[in-house]
Design a protein around this ligand. Sequence first.
Ligand SMILES: *[C@@H]1O[C@H](CO)[C@@H](O)[C@H](O)[C@H]1NC(C)=O
Ligand SMILES: *[C@@H]1O[C@H](CO)[C@@H](O)[C@H](O)[C@H]1NC(C)=O
Ligand SMILES: *[C@@H]1O[C@H](CO)[C@@H](O)[C@H](O)[C@H]1NC(C)=O
Ligand SMILES: *[C@@H]1O[C@H](CO)[C@@H](O)[C@H](O)[C@H]1NC(C)=O
Length: 825
Amino acid sequence: MGFMERGIMRTKFPAWQIFLWWHHFFLLWSTIDGQTRYSIPEELKRGSVVGNLAKDLGLVVSELHRRNLRITSEAGKQYFSLDLGKGELVVTDRIDREELCGQRPSCLLPLELVIDNPLQLHRVEIEIQDTNDNSPSFLTKDKVVKIAELVNPGARFPLESAQDPDVGQNSVRSYLISKNEHFKLTVKNQKDGRKVPELVLEKPLDREKQPVHHLILTAVDGGDPVRSGTSEITVIVLDNNDNAPQFERHLYEANVSENAAPGTEILRVKATDADEGLNGEIEYVFGELTDDQVLSVFYIEPSTGAITVKGILDHEANSLYRFDVTAKDKGSPEMDGHCGVEIKIADINDNIPEIIVTSLTTPVAEDSAIGTVIALISSKDPDSGDNGKVTLRLSSKSPFKLSPSVSNHYSLVTNGSLDREKNSQYSVTITAADSGKPSLSSEKTIRVELLDVNDNPPVFSQPSYVVYVKENNAPGKILHSVSASDLDLGENAKISYSILDSKVQDVSVSYVYINSDNGSIYSMHSFDYEKLKVFQIQVQAKDQGSPSLSSNATVHVFILDQNDNAPAVIYPSSAALGSLSHQRMPRSAKAGHLVTKVTAVDADSGHNAWISYRLAEATDASLFTVNLYTGEVRTKRAVSEQDDSSQRLLIEIKDDGEPVQSSTVTVSILLEDGLHEPILDLRHKLSEPSRKTGRITLYLILSLASVSVLSLVTFLILAVKCIRSSRSSGSCCMRRSDCDDYKNPNRNLQIQLNTDGPIKYVEVLGGDMLSQSQSFRSCMSPMSEYSDFTLIKPSSTTDFKEVISVLDASLPDSTWTFESQQVSI
Ligand SMILES: *[C@@H]1O[C@H](CO)[C@@H](O)[C@H](O)[C@H]1NC(C)=O
Ligand SMILES: *[C@@H]1O[C@H](CO)[C@@H](O)[C@H](O)[C@H]1NC(C)=O
Ligand SMILES: *[C@@H]1O[C@H](CO)[C@@H](O)[C@H](O)[C@H]1NC(C)=O
Ligand SMILES: *[C@@H]1O[C@H](CO)[C@@H](O)[C@H](O)[C@H]1NC(C)=O
């Protein structure tokens, strides 16, 4: 029994199973009409005998042909055929149990056999027994399992079950995992009997240590021999954002010039993050508490960490920026790292030094001493180092200098004498330059005004003036105008003129007054050349400064002669006798006999005093002749007996002035007989004037002596009187109010007291009489009593009468008339 053998051979069934087999076998036999079952393993070779049908169905082998035993084809494919010769069922095709029955635990192939004569239907079932012909296999050879890094141990991750088409023992029995330290494997039995392998995490994962684990899962079946299949399992440890970005340095430092243009990169910070993906993707931002100032000036590129200039840097405003930079990853939760950044702003010489005038004194008195402080000046440069080191200097030449005091402070002081008259103001230009490279500089101009000081006296346009005035000028007319100028300003230059003194030969007189405002000098009276030829005026110009300055000038006034005097006959002196001049001459006189000599003088001078004589009328014009120049009267011829003994001559005396002035003298000549020595007489006569002159000199000396004695006596008396009379009275006045007429016809003087206007003065004019006696109030200062009798004093005048009487007493009339111009006034 092949069937039995094979069945036993093919399967190693336990004893109870063999029993079961036997039981089935008999059962089959018992239902032979119904069904016959064979059991064969799958994958039998073609031609293998499944069973002897003839025997099992009770058929005779020899009849099989005839009765045409055949398999009806129910199902499409036929795996079996009949060997009619032996009555055996033979395998004709490969039988794959897994193909036929899949995972069904029993796999029966029904077979219907038909035999004719008589027609019989036999059912045969062929059970296909599994053989371990398939290895377990995994659908995916490379399985990827992603496990989050932070998963706790114990977590299970189902894996794919292996497929094994075999059934029963031959199907997957167990799983194995390759050796590793993190995972173990458990197998979970599903309700449907499937075994599902599961990875169980035994030890925490760290992606940063080992991001990928390679495992091999092996599925083993229960066949004999054992078959297995593997699957590669890649465990990818999913990153957990468990690493914060780490900066390479704690502190980054950089320098940047303050003139760095926006966009200039200063430095790059760099952080790394061990995580991956978004967890490792770093974004750089300024730290949370970063100052707005920093934000306005710098920019950080989020992806690269490059810090660039964004705004305007200014070393002076901020020379150092400190801030934090945060590197953030994009994980969830995000993690961040921090670093410090210090950016120093390097100074550039970008600030122009500034000059500050703290205080300025102006105007400055021109007489300020050297070293006087005029201004306090300081400088400012916000740059640092050399860029901010400022030096000041004066750029223009000036009498000032800068003297340095404490740092960056200077005082502007005078370094020379100032003169407002040369330079009334200065523009002091101060240059400030710093020590940067290149150096920057600025300028400031200070205006220093000078204050006038009265340091210049008025200066007359000429040191002395010469003025010519015609005599007989009208009083009150401008004689001359002097002018002075003063270089100073204002009151210091306001000039007032005054007359210090007027002098005639060192004797003070008062002929003029001056307009104090403009220097016009006015005469106070008419001048008489014959009495006054020249005088000096000391004028003073005085400014109004304090103290005031003055200067003097002399005005020389020359009186010009006018022909205002007629020649005056001195000899023969008819006027003195009040009658004709009588001359006597002998009848015996020959031709050319000098009868007399007419002498005349002219008070004028020059041509005005150039006298010529002419015989104007004569009793007998043929007898006498008058020398034109000498005035000698001589006989033209010898006197004859017929000539009248009394002859009268009218001699005209003319000067050469313009207009001509003339006078006449009448000479009566008595012709006498027996008269001799005419020449001696004449000589005597001629010498008369010189003797007279000598006498005059004597008289003068006497009079001066007497005046001196008199004045001394007077002074003593006055002094004694004064002391006695009144101690309270400041001045000592002598009062005289006698009103007796004082008249001297011979005096050629006229004295007038002028009391008009502010100035009281006395005019002494040429004249023939003192018209009226006046009451004088005289306050005689002992010192100037006689020497300066025209001295003008308010409320006091000199007693002229006294003076004149003194003069009168000391001088004979004729002489006085003559000499008055020299001594008077
Ligand atoms: C910045 O400049 C300072 C002084 O000039 C220098 O000492 C320092 O080393 C510089 N720092 C950098 C980062 O260049
Ligand atoms: C100051 O004056 C002195 C003397 O005149 C002169 O030598 C000096 O140069 C002056 N200083 C300045 C800064 O002008
Ligand atoms: C001075 O002033 C007087 C009075 O005002 C005037 O008459 C005279 O002409 C002036 N003199 C000059 C020089 O201006
Ligand atoms: C001007 O003269 C007065 C009087 O004679 C004198 O006191 C004064 O010093 C003189 N002034 C000048 C600048 O000469």
